[in-house]
Write a protein that binds this ligand. Sequence first.
Ligand code: SF4
Ligand code: SF4
Length: 340
Amino acid sequence: MERIKLGNTGLKASKLGFGAMHLPKVSVEESDRLLNRALDMGINYIDTARAYQDSEEKVGRVVSKRRDECIITTRSHTWKMGIESYKKDFETSLKTLKVDRIDFYGLHSVNKKEELDMVMGKHLEFLKKAKEKGDIGHLLISGHNHITMTEAVKTGEFEMAFFPFNVIEKEPLDMLIEEANRRNVITVVMKPLGGGVIPHIPLALSFFLSYNVDLIVPGVASLKELEENFRVIEENKKLTKSELEKLEKSVEVLGKDFCRRCSYCQPCQSNIMIPFIHGIHQRCYGKPMDENIEYMLNTMGKRLLPSLKTCTECGQCEEQCPYNLPTRQRIKDIISMVTA
Ligand code: SF4
Ligand code: SF4
C-alpha cells in the first residue's frame, strides 16, 4: 500500500490505518492474526487507546515483535481525572504496548472548549516533557466536536488531530480540515463508518478519497473487514455523483442524533447496555420504521423491560456522551412502546 507523508514529522504511513478499538471483541489469537495480516499488507499505522479495554495489550503482543514496521498511536481520556491519573496511564501504555517510545501520544476525547482550556495547562506541559525525553514522538489530540478541534489545531501544539468525519458528519468540512491542512497538522478520520451504522462500506470509504484528509482509520474485527477496507483504499476510486447519492440516501434514516456505539457513556450504574438501547430506539423511531419492530418489541423489548426500569435517571450517561444523546428519554420511549 502506498505511503503518504505525515505532516512535518518525517514519517510515512499507509492511508488506511488499523483501528484497534474493536480488538476487545476478538480472541487473542484472532487479534494476532489480524494485526500481523495488516502489517503484511503494508498497513503500518495502528491506532489504539487506553479506553479500548484490552486493545493495547493485544496490539502490544504483535507490535513489540515488529516495532520497526509500524507507527503506533495511543491516547488517554484520564486527563479528565487530573494530571496524576493521566501520567500513570501513560506509563501503563508504555508497558502494555511493550515499547519504549510511542510515536503519537496525546489527549483522547477533548470535546468542549472548557476541556480544551483545561488540557492546555499541566497536561500539555507533561506531554511536551515526555516528547523532549523521547518517550513520545509527536503530540496528538482527538475530539468529537469540530469547533473545539478547530481551536485545538489553531493552538499549534498538536501535530495530529483525530475527529469523526463521514457522509453523515460533514461538519469538519466547514473549517477544521482546511485549518489543519493550512498548518500541516495530520488529519485522522475517526468513525469513517459512523461507528458501524453506515451500511455501504466500500462507498463509505471511497467517500474520503474526494477530500484532503490524511489517514482513514476504521475499526477492524475480522479479516473480511480488513481485506475489504484494503481493497477499497488500494483501488483509490472516487465516488461518482450517483454513488454519492446512493450513499447519502442510505443514511437518511439515521438523522444526526444517532448512537455511534463508542461506549463513552458506559458503564451504567444499572448495567443498562446503552448503545444497544439506542439501536432499538433507532429501529422504533427511525423513518421508515423497521418492519420487524412489533415482533422485536414483543420479544427482546419485553425481556429488556426489567433492566430498563432500573434506570435511576442519574444522567451520567448523557454527561459522558459527546453527542448529547437523550438516553433517559429514549429509555422512557422504549418502555412506553413495550407496555402500550
Ligand atoms: S441515566 Fe439511566 S441509563 Fe443513564 S447512566 Fe444513569 S441509570 Fe444508566
Ligand atoms: S450514547 Fe453516546 S456515548 Fe453512548 S455509545 Fe452512543 S454515542 Fe457513544
